[in-house]
Write a protein that binds this ligand. Structure first.
Ligand code: URA
Length: 214
C-alpha cells in the first residue's frame, strides 16, 4: 500500500474508532490532513470546538495562528501534515487522558510511518511527552533532537502563545528556524537511519542526541 492509501485507510479507521470514551461526545473525528510525502509533520494535542465540527485539525483561532507561523517559516498549510495526539475532541476541551492517548497511539505511529517526515514538530506538552518525557517546554523549546531517524522539534502550542502573548516572540523565533532545521535534517538523515524512536531512559543515551548547532 502506498503512503496516501495508508493514510486514507487510517482516516477511515479513525472515523469509526470506539477504542476510548472520547468518540461518545464528539461530533466528527479529526484524523489529520496534509500531503502523504510531507517533509514536516506537526502534532498538536486534540481537536477543539471548531475542529470537532469540521473534522479538520487546527481550524480555529490556534489554527489561524498556526497558518501565520507557517508563513513565517516560508510554508503553507498544504505543504505540511497536521495531526493530533488524540483524534476525537475531549469534553469541554479538557486535557486528553493517558488511556485516550494510548488508545489513539497506534494511529499516530502509523501516520508517522506512512509519511516518514524528516522533521516532526510537537506542539504543546502532550505530543512533546512522546519523545521528551518529563521535560519542560520552557527549557527545550526549539531545540531539535534526532529520534527514529528524523528530527523532533518541541515547540510551544500556538494556543498557549495566544493566551500568554509574552510567549509569542519565542514561538515565532522557533518557527523562523524551521527552514534551517529542515535543511540540516535533509543533509544528515542518512547518518541517523535505524535509530530507536523511543525516548531513552537516560538523556545522554545515543538514541536521542541533542544537537549542538542550535
Ligand atoms: N489544538 C490542537 O492541539 N489541535 C487542534 O487540532 C486544534 C487546536
Amino acid at each position: 500500500m502506498g503512503a496516501a492509501e495508508e493514510l486514507a485507510q487510517i482516516a477511515a479507521e479513525v472515523q469509526v474508532c470506539t477504542a476510548c470514551k472520547l468518540h461518545r461526545g464528539a461530533i466528527k473525528a479529526v484524523p489529520g490532513e496534509g500531503p502523504a510525502d510531507a517533509k514536516i509533520m506537526f502534532i498538536g494535542e486534540a481537536p477543539g470546538f471548531n475542529e470537532d465540527r469540521q473534522g479538520r485539525p487546527f481550524v480555529g483561532a490556534a489554527g489561524q495562528f498556526l497558518s501565520e507561523l507557517l508563513a513565517m517559516a516560508g510554508l503553507q498549510r498544504q505543504d505540511v501534515f497536521i495531526a493530533n495526539v488524540v483524534k476525537h475532541r475531549p469534553p469541554n476541551n479538557r486535557d486528553p487522558e493517558a488511556d485516550e492517548i494510548a488508545a489513539c497511539g497506534l494511529f499516530l505511529e502509523r501516520q508517522i510511518a506512512a509519511i516518514n517526515p524528516r522533521v516532526i514538530v510537537t506542539l504543546g506538552r502532550f505530543s512533546m511527552a512522546k519523545w521528551f518525557p518529563g521535560e519542560k517546554i520552557t527549557r527545550i523549546h526549539g531545540q531539535p533532537r534526532w529520534a527514529g531517524g528524523r528530527m523532533i522539534v518541541p515547540m510551544m502550542h500556538p494556543a498557549a502563545a495566544l493566551h500568554q502573548p509574552q510567549n509569542r516572540p519565542l514561538l515565532e523565533a522557533d518557527f523562523q528556524r524551521l527552514p534551517a532545521i529542515l535543511e540540516q535534517a535533509e543533509r544528515e538523515y542518512e547518518a541517523h537511519a535505524g535509530q530507536p524512536d523511543a525516548a531513552p531512559d537516560k538523556p545522554d543515551e545515543p538514541g536521542l542526541e541533542q544537537l549542538s548547532m542550535f
